[in-house]
Design a protein around this ligand. Structure first.
Ligand SMILES: Cc1ncc(COP(=O)(O)O)c(C=O)c1O
Length: 448
């Protein structure tokens, strides 16, 4: 019972923190959820611009002068989001050619783009070199050889940053460093990799990059990782006998999803960054080095709410099922199927009854897909639920639509809306059944 009550409080807390409540309805900016869904329909993602800008400004105010934020596009690549973060002075971190196209189309200066990812193809590397992006983060010696060859054909010398997989790391929920991994160059092989790259004619090591985990809510863990980054960067710089232009500490700053989680302590993070800045300033190799932090989730997650409508409520053998017009095909993470080991309910509420008393009955919130995996709320306590109600999932600005199997069962894809004070703009239209046939070359042998 205690955990159900704290779950309600958690959703209400999130609603109050970033949004508002008026006459039992969620308010986003100055607009009620009824107005928004009347205008844009359901299912849809709604993002609140001021939540994004306030989050970025608060974080930026805590960074040392040498440090710049790069937004990791994979969290949410919508062009309106990209334009919002660019207007706040962020660069962009990309991991594919598709993300490169979106970054450029949103108006990002190529110099302000970083490209990481373990499987970059020759075509992708070529496109990145042609575009003149700021940095390619090399994840293996094989990739460095390809870049050397491509740069040789262009008669250029390309700057590269080395993504390193350290021998040890203090975790995040999803660890990406410290163990066998497709990501980055193993630290124990780094010396020989650097030695080989030093012999290449057409590449030059100018940076070091670490990305060791996501959803980290402990500032001490982040700062400990950054200190590891400094020692690795010093070793690389010493071996190449040259100061580094950049040291990218990665992303991974978390946002709490569940009642037992607490927010990242930004004051502690800021204090830790002062020490990081001092450590860099006192290194002969890093004194003038630019520091980079590349968060995705932290910058946009709290700004997003996923909204769907209850199609019908049915009972089966003592359980109540509220079937919604959205589900895991739009928001895989909220269904617990995006790599989570324990399936916990995301913060969820009936947005048109947000502060109403709860029913004694627990409810299953399920989507329309023909699989029991399509469950967004398990045994959840809510106000009495009925057809037509609006179910909202908070913490849905990052890794939500962007990380979901949108094509599964061919339902309409969700629209996206950006709200700023009294204004609400459609920033991606709903994909309809007729769109499904658009890309299919039914009568053709074309493969690309
Ligand atoms: C290289 C790299 N940078 C940044 C990010 C963003 O991580 P987060 O959203 O946890 O900040 C990721 C996420 O996978 C990543 O792989």
């Amino acid at each position: 019972m205690k955990s159900k009550r704290s779950q309600l409080n958690h959703s209400a807390r999130l609603a109050e923190k970033r949004f508002g409540i008026c006459e039992h309805q969620l308010l986003i900016g100055d607009l009620s959820i009824q107005e928004l869904t009347k205008k844009f329909g359901t299912p849809l993602f709604i993002y609140h611009r001021e939540t994004i800008t306030n989050t970025i400004r608060d974080l930026q105010s805590r960074l040392p002068d040498r440090c710049q934020l790069y937004y990791s596009i994979k969290a949410n690549p919508n062009a309106a989001i990209l334009r919002t973060v660019l207007a706040e002075g962020c660069g962009l971190e990309i991991a594919s050619c598709g993300e490169l196209q979106q970054a450029l189309a949103a108006g990002c200066h190529p110099e302000q783009i970083l490209f990481a990812g373990p499987g970059k193809t020759i075509a992708e590397l070529n496109a990145a070199l042609e575009a003149g992006i700021g940095e390619i983060h090399v994840e293996s010696i094989e990739e460095a050889r390809w870049i050397n060859q491509l740069a040789g054909e262009k008669r250029s010398v390309e700057s590269i940053s080395l993504r390193v997989n350290p021998v040890d790391t203090a975790g995040g929920a999803m660890q990406m460093g410290g163990r066998p991994s497709p990501f980055g160059i193993d630290e124990e092989t780094l010396e020989s990799v650097v030695a080989e790259i030093k012999q290449q004619d057409n590449t030059r090591i100018t940076g070091v990059h670490l990305y060791m985990g996501t959803q980290i809510l402990d500032a001490d863990i982040l700062i400990a990782q950054y200190h590891r980054g400094i020692s690795i960067a010093n070793a690389v710089a010493e071996q190449i006998e040259s100061p580094l232009a950049t040291l990218d500490f990665g992303g991974g700053l978390g946002t709490p999803y569940f009642a037992h989680e607490t927010e990242l302590d930004l004051d502690a993070f800021q204090q830790g960054l002062i020490e990081i800045d001092k450590a860099m300033a006192s290194s002969p190799w890093l004194a003038d080095t630019k520091a980079i932090i590349e968060p995705g989730r932290f910058l946009v997650n709290e700004a997003g709410v996923y909204v769907s409508r209850v199609t019908r409520v049915k009972r089966s053998r003592g359980k109540i099922y509220a079937v919604i017009d959205g589900g895991m095909h739009h928001h895989l993470a909220a269904s617990g199927n995006l790599g989570q080991t324990i399936k916990r309910n995301y913060p969820l509420a009936i947005l048109n009854k947000i502060d109403e008393p709860h029913s004694a009955d627990l409810v299953e919130i399920v989507g329309p897909l023909c699989t029991p995996l399509d469950t967004l709320g398990r045994s959840i306590s809510l106000p009495p639920i009925e057809a037509g109600d609006l179910v909202g999932v908070f913490q849905s600005g990052a890794y939500a639509r962007a990380a979901s199997p949108l094509g599964f069962l061919s339902h309409p894809t969700p629209a996206e809306v950006m709200v700023s004070e009294k204004d609400a703009h459609l920033i991606r239209r709903r994909g309809l059944a007729k769109d499904l046939l658009k890309d299919q070359q039914l009568d053709s042998t074309e493969t690309d």
